[in-house]
Design a protein around this ligand. Structure first.
Ligand SMILES: Cc1ncc(COP(=O)(O)O)c(C=O)c1O
Length: 389
């Protein structure tokens, strides 16, 4: 399904279920920007948003490498792009059956490990036909989501694993993830320095340096540096720590996908200053709650007419019977908003659309492509979620 803009979509569908509004042009542009700026391979983290329309647009923008965390993701990528794509099995913990099928049926050669047990598993399942990256834990920075609490070897263990994998005859690299929505480019500098210490302790050159994901999205109130600063910092670190001979990789999700989708929700009831909309934290809005993100939103009325009144503060409840299904903080929307109007919530392309549930029988499975940009008319009064205290 395709529409020129949201107004046309509302006129056509009059949707009383949430609609994911996919913006391929934004995704193509984001992919083109990063693949032309980053002096290495850009691996899109499929987990971030595996909608086929998202993957197709990123591919059109130049992405050919994909970080896959499961056999299903490997199959999705191979099924869509065949031999023109390279899936990397970069989850540090994998089922033997998944490794076997990924290798035998889909030719996957790249695997990440952070333990000797996982390295043994790969050796036992695929033999010598593999390229191993050792995932290192990094210190928590000011990213919104720290990843190294769950994954990553210490520097000493990382160096031991690098040596072990080299001694077993593999090409070996290191990988890390500084944390999602990383707000400080210097976190990458420190992490590359750590990778160099591990390399030196292992006493061997590294075939791959994977600087992971974490590049941030410009959510409201998150005053993050531009992407160029992150790439520039990585480039400087590569030079300073002599990684010029390693294949450089990054593994972003959020920065590529964030503007690729908004969600169009409908107001099903207004009770004073509370709006009950048809999507919530069990649908596409969970990520906004977990990470306390603030994003743009705007209201629509059928026919594209303006909704009367100045802006006012509203509480937004999702559709389920569960009282936790409420968006944090207050949201500013036109005072005249009423049942049947729509609230479009922007910047939900990363994770949000990927982690929806069907709790209580509600689902978010209608997708329509729209041609208009993700950042609607900037001259409009910006409509914002205000932070809670
Ligand atoms: C191994 C790995 N790589 C890359 C990513 C993408 O991270 P981001 O969306 O912060 O760029 C993730 C996110 O969970 C991850 O787990």
């Amino acid at each position: 399904m395709k529409h020129k803009n949201i107004t046309a979509m509302v006129a056509d569908l009059n949707p009383d279920r949430p609609v994911v509004c996919l913006r391929p042009a934004e995704l193509v542009a984001a992919a083109q920007e990063l693949t032309s700026m980053f002096p290495g391979d850009v691996l899109y983290a499929v987990k971030c948003n595996p909608l086929p329309g998202v993957l197709r647009a990123l591919y059109r923008g130049g992405v050919r490498h994909f970080d896959t965390a499961s056999l299903n993701e490997v199959e999705l990528i191979r099924g869509m792009f065949g031999a023109k794509s390279t899936p990397y099995f970069n989850h540090p913990i994998k089922a033997r059956s998944a490794i076997k099928k990924a290798h035998e049926e889909h030719g996957v050669r790249h695997y990440v490990v952070d333990t000797e047990a996982e390295l043994d598993k790969i050796e036992q399942v695929v033999g010598s036909d593999a390229i191993i990256s050792v995932r290192l834990a990094t210190a928590p920075g000011i990213a919104l989501q720290h990843m190294s609490s769950k994954f990553g070897a210490t520097p000493t263990e990382g160096a031991r694993l690098v040596r072990l994998a080299k001694n077993r005859g593999y090409e070996v690299g290191v990988a890390f993830h500084v944390g999602s929505q990383c707000k400080d480019p210097d976190d990458y500098y420190r992490a590359v320095k750590l990778a160099a210490q591990v390399r030196d302790a292992a006493g061997t050159e590294l075939d791959i340096l994977n600087v992971g994901g974490g590049f941030p999205a410009p959510y409201i109130g998150d005053d993050v540096p531009p992407l160029q600063d992150y790439v520039g910092t990585v480039v400087k670190a590569v030079e300073d720590f002599d990684f010029q001979n390693s294949v450089l990789q990054c593994e972003p999700g959020r920065a590529l996908a964030v503007d690729g989708c908004s969600i169009l929700t409908q107001v099903h009831l207004r009770k004073d200053r509370t709006l009950y909309i048809n999507d919530g934290i069990f649908g596409t809005l969970g990520e906004l709650v977990y990470l306390k993100l603030r994003v743009k939103l705007r209201a629509h009325r059928k026919g594209g007419q303006p909704i009367p009144g100045p802006m006012g503060d509203f509480t937004l409840y999702g559709p389920t019977c569960d009282p936790v299904d409420v968006m944090p903080g207050v949201w500013q929307l036109p005072e005249g908003i009423q049942e049947g109007d729509w609230v479009e919530i922007g910047q939900i392309g990363a994770y949000s659309a990927a982690i929806t549930t069907t709790f209580n029988g509600f689902s978010t499975d209608i997708v329509s492509e729209v041609d208009e940009p993700a950042y609607w008319n900037e001259t409009e009064e910006p409509v914002r979620i205000r932070a809670t205290a």
